[in-house]
Design a protein around this ligand. Structure first.
Ligand code: SF4
Length: 386
């Protein structure tokens, strides 16, 4: 599969040797990978690394997403999820409603709950501490992955305290891990166009670093396929790699293709803002981005093919392009679907395992922190309930 002569013909012999020797790739290597016309050749290099790390395993988790509110003080131009208070489509769950969602089907096996929302103008930090404590009390077996760095910065601002103090309080309340959202693209040029009000890339990295210092693991994302260049994607990856060198606290990287439907980028195009109509990413671009991510992020244990954004079929193929994780059962997904994602809203354990097996890999159930469920410890299957 990895034929040196083929890479020589593509002008990528040096990168081929670096991958063979497990030598770190640099910015120029990343650009050449992106510019390579042979996506299968790029994918084969990433697959080499993926198999070195994980063999034939492909991971999934029995999880549930809960969005507590989509009311948000910001108005990011790529976001179809947020609403202003009182606007049509705005919602805000009470703590009872959060618990009700969690326990709607108590027979459903669950290892992880993923809780995020907009930057609500009024809900205080104590509300979220209470939410997490009650979630933990209600389902003690479930790990809680909650609140992006954007929400952490917002809670700190409302509370008049530091982000480190917010993280410590939420960790104490029971948050096991932060999801990787809100990273978007770190480039100040792009953030200024897409989300000028939101925290900048440096602050996002600082908050994740603080979480790592407090002993919390976090994930990292990259939203791509809008206005950014390939160089800006690579700068994003290198900034993550640099922080990971220092803290080792990142568990998984998740590249997220931009979904343009119902966002301002698709509907408002004032010439003065330099915005142009954005088309959805293609499959080749998605696969190449996953492969480049696997190759550049040599210190990240896991690369996720997030089936909600990619579609399940492309996520399955991505397992051959460097990805080793498919995320999970989800139950109810709002953020991607409000932006036009065409995937299912939820999957069963059986569906995920079938996709992985028929993709040629061994399904491995994991927990929130990517610890594999040991044989015999797997949570009981409950038919189609997941
Ligand atoms: S991306 Fe997050 S911070 Fe930005 S508008 Fe949407 S919900 Fe608010």
């Amino acid at each position: 599969m990895l034929d040196r002569e083929h890479y020589k013909r593509l002008g990528m012999e040096e990168i081929f040797h670096k991958v063979e020797d497990n030598t770190r790739l640099e910015m120029e290597d990343g650009l050449r990978l992106y510019q390579c016309p042979d996506v299968v050749a790029v994918g084969a290099l990433a697959d080499r690394v993926r198999r070195r790390l994980h063999g034939n395993a492909a991971y999934y988790v029995l999880n549930q997403h809960i969005n507590y509110s989509n009311i948000c003080v910001h108005g990011c131009r790529f976001c179809a999820f947020h609403r202003k208070a009182g606007e049509q489509g705005a919602f805000e769950l009470s703590l009872e409603e959060v618990l009700h969602k969690l326990n709607e089907r108590p027979e459903r096996s669950l290892r992880e709950v993923h809780i995020v929302g907009g930057c609500h103008p009024a809900l205080p930090l104590g509300y979220f501490e209470d939410m997490i404590r009650r979630v933990k009390a209600s389902r003690p077996e479930v790990q809680v992955k909650a609140f992006t760095a954007v929400e952490i910065a917002h809670f700190a601002q409302l509370e008049g305290t530091s982000t480190r103090s917010v993280l410590a309080r939420l960790h104490k309340a029971g948050v096991d891990m932060l999801p990787g959202g809100g990273a978007e693209i770190f480039s100040p040029r792009i953030r200024n166009l897409l989300c000028p009000e939101k925290l900048d890339g440096e602050k996002w990295l600082k908050i994740n670093g603080e979480a790592h210092e407090l002993g919390m693991k976090t994930n990292a994302t990259m939203l791509y396929g809008h206005l950014e260049t390939e160089g800006e994607r690579l700068e994003h990856l290198l900034a993550l790699r640099q922080l990971q060198d220092r803290t080792g606290g990142f568990t998984c990287f998740i590249p997220l293709p931009f979904q343009p439907s119902n966002t301002q980028l698709a509907t408002t195009l004032p010439a003065s803002t330099q915005l142009r109509k954005i088309q959805p990413t293609t499959g080749v671009e998605d696969l190449k981005t996953i492969a480049v991510s696997r190759l550049m992020l040599d210190n990240f244990p896991h690369i996720k093919a997030y089936w909600v954004m990619l579609t399940l079929k492309l996520a399955q193929v991505a397992l051959h392009f460097g990805a080793d994780d498919l995320d999970g059962t989800i139950v109810e997904e709002k953020i991607g679907h409000m932006a036009g994602a065409e995937s299912e809203q939820a999957l069963t354990r059986e569906e995920l395992e079938r996709i992985i097996r028929e993709g040629g890999f061994n399904p491995v159930e994991r927990d929130c922190l990517f610890n594999a469920a040991s044989p015999g410890e797997s949570l009981p299957a409950t038919g189609t309930e997941n």
